[in-house]
Write a protein that binds this ligand. Structure first.
Ligand code: PGA
Length: 256
């Protein structure tokens, strides 16, 4: 009942020319099966701001979506270097990553800021992918569930229409490290998140997709995507090569 979502996060990779080369190769050569996969899988790529226009032109013609990797919570103001929700929507971008662990770790984004970004994006009709996840020390200290609950609290305590929300569970210790969570660890965290959503939102919780992220690769995605509460992947490194991303799409199609 929840359609699988495969989302790539390019982070600070690829110029505009590289973006065009990737998407042309992906749809023409590496994933010619995409038209048949569409029915079972939603495909999305979060690209750098300057590549949004090129990516949108090439991906949307194929029925895939393009997301920004961040957005500022205010509509406008003296926030040098930032990009607002109306600026994204003006160029037709309606999907956005929010609260990625790199934003939290390197740019001081708190649970409250991330929640505000997601709430304002939802209110504007955007589809935020809200990222949560514990550090290694938090997992080893048995604090995973408390951390996830605290990350979700400022978002879910507000009255809002959460039907366009996606959650991404990304254990920080698994991002870019080659160490992915086992399918049991990931399913347990996803089931916990689903429980928190259910407490707050009732039956709507069953409609919200929860993606797993953290060293997703073609050789581990199959068993992760097979878990009942894992509805797709948020993929960094393996989304940078068209052949790897196509292999992940094939796995998502077969699982869907
Ligand atoms: P990774 O990144 O797949 O390279 O671990 C995932 C992410 O940060 O979204």
């Amino acid at each position: 009942m929840r359609k699988t979502l495969l989302a790539g996060n390019w982070k600070m990779h690829k110029t505009r020319a590289e973006t065009r080369a990737f998407l042309t190769s992906f749809f023409k050569e590496k994933a010619p099966f995409w038209p048949s996969a569409k029915e079972k899988v939603d495909l999305l790529l979060a690209v750098p701001f300057l590549s949004l226009g090129d990516a949108k032109e090439l991906a949307e013609a194929q029925g895939a979506r393009i997301a920004a990797q961040n957005v500022h919570q205010e509509k406008q103001g003296a926030f040098t270097g930032e990009i607002s929700i109306p600026m994204l929507q003006e160029i037709g971008i309606n999907d956005v990553l929010v609260g990625h662990s790199e934003r939290r770790q390197y740019f001081g984004e708190t649970n409250e800021i991330a929640a505000k970004k997601a709430l304002n994006a939802l209110a504007a009709g955007m589809h935020p992918i809200f990222c949560v996840g514990e550090t290694r020390a938090e997992r080893e200290g048995n604090r995973t569930e408390a951390v996830l609950a605290a990350q979700l609290e400022p978002l879910l305590k507000e009255k809002a229409d959460f039907s366009d929300l996606v959650i991404a569970y990304e254990p920080v210790w698994a991002i870019g490290t080659g160490l992915n969570a086992t399918k049991e660890q990931a399913q347990a965290a996803h089931a916990f998140i689903r429980g928190v959503l259910r407490e707050r939102l009732g039956d709507q919780a069953d409609k919200i997709r929860i993606l797993y992220g953290g060293s997703v690769k073609p050789d581990n995605f199959d068993e992760l995507i097979g878990q009942p509460d894992i509805d797709g992947g948020l993929v960094g490194g393996a989304s940078l090569k068209p052949e790897d991303f196509a292999a992940l799409l094939k796995i998502a199609q077969n699982a869907g």
